[in-house]
Design a protein around this ligand. Structure first.
Ligand SMILES: NC(=O)C1=CN([C@@H]2O[C@H](COP(=O)(O)OP(=O)(O)OC[C@H]3O[C@@H](n4cnc5c(N)ncnc54)[C@H](OP(=O)(O)O)[C@@H]3O)[C@@H](O)[C@H]2O)C=CC1
Ligand SMILES: CC(C)CCC[C@@H](C)[C@H]1CC=C2C3=C(CC[C@@]21C)[C@@]1(C)CC[C@H](O)C(C)(C)[C@@H]1CC3
Length: 619
């Protein structure tokens, strides 16, 4: 059995994670298996440390100056907003002896070069009646988001003793060491700094046991059901009578569905989009903090990719390329996309097997089937190429616009029209606005559940690459063979509905994003907030005081406006509204669950203040 250096009860110095600073700690116990010491700092914080991070007291020279606290928490009051995760970092301007300050500076530099990577996992915390109550609890007051309050909030963010010391962490060394790379100074200015150092100490979520989507059987059935539903919808949409009550036509034989040329075009599309993604244009920003405090960098050039794609499609139309081929081979394209997404999911799962544990998605479970579905790895990357981020916005979303254009041209050809129908124009412009909006506000994607919580597996690979371009374009596909004449008054009503939905969707998303980026934004000063002990606050007035998910409400209103131009003869063009309502109701429940866990009592208070989830006075 390996020997241990320190005995229980011994008073030594323990390194504070992420820093090169040592504090007086008492050895509580030693785990011979993991070779970790459980130590207690003077402020009561208990951590597990590697032996190399524990030093005997005598190896430290006693400082003459009494200015350095021996408690990590006492010095956490630092007002520094720097990225250093050292809680013991002295505040700017604090008086230290010259030698101590010099020594600390050297150590600080060392720490910046090579940060001790740690994983913080909360030790078991009981739901109520102990520290979690304090941790997730919430200061009693709710305030206007004004400046006096800001000072208070700042203090809470920057000096989170109450919440922090109440939480216990266990530290394990990470497999990899992360080198702190300097962001190019130009980019640095553009990178929004997360306000809460606490976030960098965010705890890692253990693999889930309470599985979503009906657990393993649910995930399995969804994986089988999605491609089946897709082909059913596409086949039915081409029928003269697309009623859901009529029996769908049989699926063409595989040799008719498989077309090598189509697969080639699909791959070309995907890799051209990947090339656009790699172009060094557009600013680079950082995502939300990961469990180890790192922030990944993302280049925002989705809008440029869209402009380049539009130019390429425009040029190929000008030179006589037949986009009609996509319409006549739509099923074949759908099959190519399905196969590609399945292969990508297999690759992603295999890739995740090499990933360190703390790079796995908090939604993953340890079950192979479920993890294949939900995605095992949170941010799979090939070098700097982020696969999930790329797929979420580029090939599928821009592809959806191209498919809509294909359908508009097909309508003119099939119905021998000189100009597209009003219904088709509305569907195309509404959905174009939605996609352009997403690409223009690309940065907002970084805080969505898909990027922050869900892994990249079959669900998102299929969703992004197949579901979005082939089912979200169903209204346009439907209109090609089922013309619908729209009256101008009804068209005006639909346009008003779309604009109403868009204003709610955009304003709600922008309000939250602006608040998360800078809670002190003077433009938001009139809003009321609830503090939470994580350091973040929740908006309780404005859009987020209307219902708990105003952005979902706006999105659903827009969805209805996309279907109405198809008339009321069949349910099929309303598939998107029905599916989307189910998706967002389920998504709201998932988000609610996560927020309850994150914010505890503060979230419950928010729910009391804002009782409706999506639809005011209904749900
Ligand atoms: N077209 C489509 O197919 C789909 C579109 N969408 C759209 O994507 C967008 C993003 O949706 P989604 O990722 O689900 O999540 P949201 O943008 O709704 O974000 C939810 C998060 O916002 C924060 N939050 C919640 N309430 C408040 C509050 N009162 N004050 C401040 N922050 C709050 C919480 O995170 P925290 O506190 O950690 O910041 C919460 O986890 C939506 O507009 C949705 O409609 C989504 C799915 C599919
Ligand atoms: C059918 C499956 C079970 C679920 C598939 C879901 C996916 C299709 C959606 C999950 C979240 C999405 C988002 C958008 C598109 C649909 C998917 C991928 C989004 C990119 C649409 C544009 C918005 O403005 C947005 C906010 C950027 C959306 C982000 C979430």
């Amino acid at each position: 059995m390996p020997s241990r250096k320190f005995a229980e009860g011994e008073v030594v110095r323990g390194r504070w994670p992420g820093s090169s600073l040592y504090y007086e700690v008492e050895i509580l116990s030693h785990d011979s298996k993991s070779q970790l010491y459980t130590v207690k700092y003077k402020d009561g914080t208990e951590l597990e440390l590697k032996e190399s991070d524990v030093k005997p007291l005598k190896s430290f020279k006693q400082r003459k100056s009494g200015s350095t606290s021996s408690s990590p928490s006492r010095r956490r009051g630092s007002r520094s907003r720097s990225r250093s995760r050292s809680p013991g970092r002295a505040p700017k301007g604090s008086r230290r002896s010259a030698s101590a300050s010099h020594q600390a500076d050297i150590k600080e530099k060392e720490a910046r070069r090579e940060i001790l990577q740690v994983k913080l996992t909360p030790l078991v915390l009981k739901p109520f009646g102990n520290s979690i109550n304090v941790y997730n609890g919430e200061p009693e007051h709710m305030e206007r988001n004004d400046i006096s309050h800001k000072t208070k909030q700042e203090r809470i963010i920057l000096s989170p003793e109450g919440s922090y010391t109440a939480t216990q962490y266990s530290l394990r060394p990470r497999r990899e060491e992360v080198k702190v790379k300097e962001v190019e100074s130009k980019e640095q200015k553009l990178v929004p700094r997360g306000p809460a150092p606490l976030e960098t100490f965010q705890v890692t979520t253990p693999q889930r046991k309470d599985l979503e989507f009906g657990g393993v059987p649910g995930a399995f059935l969804i994986m089988l059901g999605l491609p089946a539903t897709l082909f059913l919808l596409l086949l039915q949409c081409r029928q003269k009578d697309p009623s859901l009550l009529t029996f769908p036509p049989p699926l063409p034989a595989l040799d008719q569905l498989w077309e090598t040329r189509v697969c080639g075009i699909y791959l070309l599309w995907f890799f051209v989009q990947a090339l656009f993604y790699l172009l060094p244009i557009g600013k680079v920003v950082e995502g939300t903090p990961l469990v180890d405090g790192r922030r990944l960098k993302y280049r925002l050039n989705g809008f440029y990719a869209f402009v380049l794609t539009s130019a390429a499609v425009g040029a190929s139309l000008f030179w006589g390329m037949e986009l009609h081929y996509v319409y006549t081979h739509f099923l074949q394209f759908a099959l190519a996309a399905v196969l590609f997404s399945v292969l990508l999911s297999v690759y992603l799962y295999a890739h995740s097997l090499k990933a360190p544990r703390d790079e796995l998605s908090p939604a993953s479970s340890g079950n192979a089937v479920y993890d294949f579905f939900i995605g095992r790895e949170l941010n799979p990357r090939i070098g700097a190429f982020d696969l999930k981020y790329f797929c979420e916005l580029r090939p599928g979303l821009i592809g959806w616009v191209v498919v809509n254009l294909v359908m508009l041209l097909a309508e003119m050809k099939v119905q021998e029209r000189d100009v597209p129908s009003l219904a088709m124009v509305l569907v195309n412009s509404f959905q174009l606005l939605y996609v352009v909006d997403a690409l223009w506000n690309e940065e907002a994607l970084l805080t969505t559940m898909d990027i922050v919580h869900d892994g990249f597996g079959f669900m998102l690979a299929f969703g992004d690459l197949v579901w979005v371009p082939f089912t979200y374009s169903l209204q346009a596909f439907y209109l090609v063979s089922h013309p619908h004449d729209l009256s101008w008054p009804f068209a005006s009503f639909i346009i008003a509905l779309k604009l109403c939905g868009y204003v709610i969707f955009r304003c709600a998303n922008s309000q939250k994003n602006a608040f998360r980026k800078n809670p002190s934004d003077p433009k938001l000063a009139h809003l009321k907030t609830i503090h939470t002990s994580t350091g973040k606050s929740l908006l309780v007035s404005g859009w987020w005081g209307f219902v708990r998910h105003p952005n979902y409400l706006g999105d659903l209103i827009m969805a209805l406006a996309w279907s109405l131009p198809c008339g009321f003869n069949h349910v099929l063009p309303y598939f998107y509204v029905i599916y989307f309502t189910m998706l967002l109701v389920h998504r709201e429940a998932r988000d609610e669950h996560q927020c309850k866990r994150k914010y505890g009592l503060a979230w419950e208070k928010y729910c009391q203040r804002v009782p409706y989830r999506i639809f005011p006075y209904v749900y």
